[in-house]
Design a protein around this ligand. Structure first.
Ligand code: NDP
Ligand code: MG
Length: 381
């Protein structure tokens, strides 16, 4: 029996993780956490009967506590509750599926408590990879990627431990605006950017995919997960989202992982690694595929990807500023308070205004997040 704590259980990754749990009787949920969606959390709590449920927003937590009075399920709240869910003694593995930097502290605490981590929450590694990776090494826990590209790379690297990687080829769909000019992006509205051609995901990552900031975050995530320098990570646009990523070895041989776009596969791979389990769903039918095409990303139109490489190479607090500015800007864009191209402008402004620290502690990362928000709130967007 494998025991899970799922942070972000009401989101796209969280609900798909629970559907994997439904298909596998040897998975048991011990804790669930979300921000405020208590209607879904209540349903999940009644179905999966965890020991603990955490609701980040305190008022909503009170309401849920009242609703679950007839059960033995404990309800916790706030960051304390999130950490409680992350370190709950009954769990072996924590699924990091919250969105944004809020995942940093619970992930670090879970690692310290000796839990394996199935990580979807890329923002955590982007900002705190330099703290997390040494901790993973020290504690000996497994850090298992859930992001589809990183899972693909992880699958390609399986059994290749003694061999040298010469390049990581990180694939990108190119999003809904592939082939657009900057001029065409000027009037993009949230409802346009929320339409991803191949994947159905949470709102923030869908916007990030459309700007290719998501790919930038994934480049930084790959740098930490696979310990490769930035000049060995290449982004390749693969519009059909069939090749999930590739690894080139020093003899020139390239391994790729392919499949239909279905996040349940990387989730299940992380949960059962190194085993594979039967998984329902569509299979690739090569006789029906018209093409698998590959192209270079347009770094002039999708500047966010280029800026991400620069921020990643600079290191220190630069990835945190990049990420926090993007989180702020995407939220403003979704509320209709910022233009689409304003997202990249926010990132640029923050990177040139927020003070830089070379080796940031956890406190410095969290302070830098605050500072980034402060800087952006004070400018006329
Ligand atoms: P969603 O927006 O669908 O879900 C986010 C989840 O996080 C929800 O359960 C939400 O709760 C919870 N949450 C947000 N803030 C807090 C908080 N302060 N405390 C506790 N829980 C919180 O996002 P996704 O599932 O799409 O993405 C999650 C992560 O996985 C992101 O980092 C994303 O980049 C990554 N990822 C996602 C993929 C996908 O296919 N969706 C693919 C690859 C990576 P509530 O519902 O109450 O708001
Ligand atoms: Mg991805």
């Amino acid at each position: 029996m494998k025991r899970l704590s799922i942070l972000g259980s009401t989101g796209s990754i969280g609900t798909q993780t629970l559907s994997v749990v439904r298909e596998n009787k040897d998975l048991k949920v011990e804790a669930l956490a979300a921000k405020s969606n208590i209607d879904l959390l209540e349903q999940q709590a009644r179905e999966f009967k965890p020991k603990l449920v955490c609701v980040y927003e305190k008022e909503a937590a009170k309401t849920l506590k009242d609703r679950l009075k007839d059960t033995k399920i404990r309800v916790a709240a706030g960051m304390e509750g999130l950490i409680e869910a992350a370190v709950i003694k009954e769990a072996d593995i924590v699924v990091g599926a919250v969105v944004g930097m809020i995942g940093i502290r619970p992930t670090i605490e879970a690692i310290k408590a000796g839990k394996d981590i199935a990580l979807a929450n890329k923002e955590t590694l982007v900002c705190a990879g330099h703290l997390i990776m040494p901790l993973v090494k020290k504690t000996g826990v497994k850090l298992l990627p859930v992001d589809s590209e990183h899972s693909a790379i992880f699958q390609c690297l399986h059994g290749e431990e003694q061999n040298k990687v010469s390049r990581i080829l990180l694939t990108a769909s190119g999003g809904p605006f592939r082939g657009y000019t900057k001029e065409m992006l000027k009037n993009v509205r949230p409802e346009d950017a929320l339409k991803h051609p191949n994947w159905s995901m949470g709102a923030k990552i869908t916007i990030d995919s459309s700007t290719m900031v998501n790919k930038g975050l994934e480049v930084m995530e790959a740098r930490w997960l696979f310990n490769v320098p930035y000049d060995k990570i290449e982004v390749v646009v693969q519009p059909q989202s069939i090749i999930h990523s590739m690894v080139e070895f020093e003899d020139g041989g390239i391994k790729a992982q392919l499949g239909t776009p279905d996040m349940r596969l990387p989730i299940a791979y992380a949960l059962f690694y190194p085993d594979r389990r039967p998984l329902s769903g569509d299979r690739l039918d090569f006789s029906k595929l018209s093409a698998i095409t590959l192209e270079k990303p347009d770094l002039e139109v999708f500047e966010g990807l280029k800026i991400a490489y620069d921020a990643g190479k600079r290191g220190g607090t630069a990835p945190t500023v990049f990420n926090a500015a993007n989180e702020f800007a995407v939220s403003e864009f979704l509320k209709g308070r910022l233009s689409y191209l304003g997202i990249i402008e926010c990132i640029k402004t923050a990177l040139s205004s927020v003070p830089f620290t070379e080796k940031p502690s956890l406190k410095c990362i969290l302070d830098t997040e605050e500072k980034t928000y402060e800087v952006l709130r004070s400018c006329q967007l």
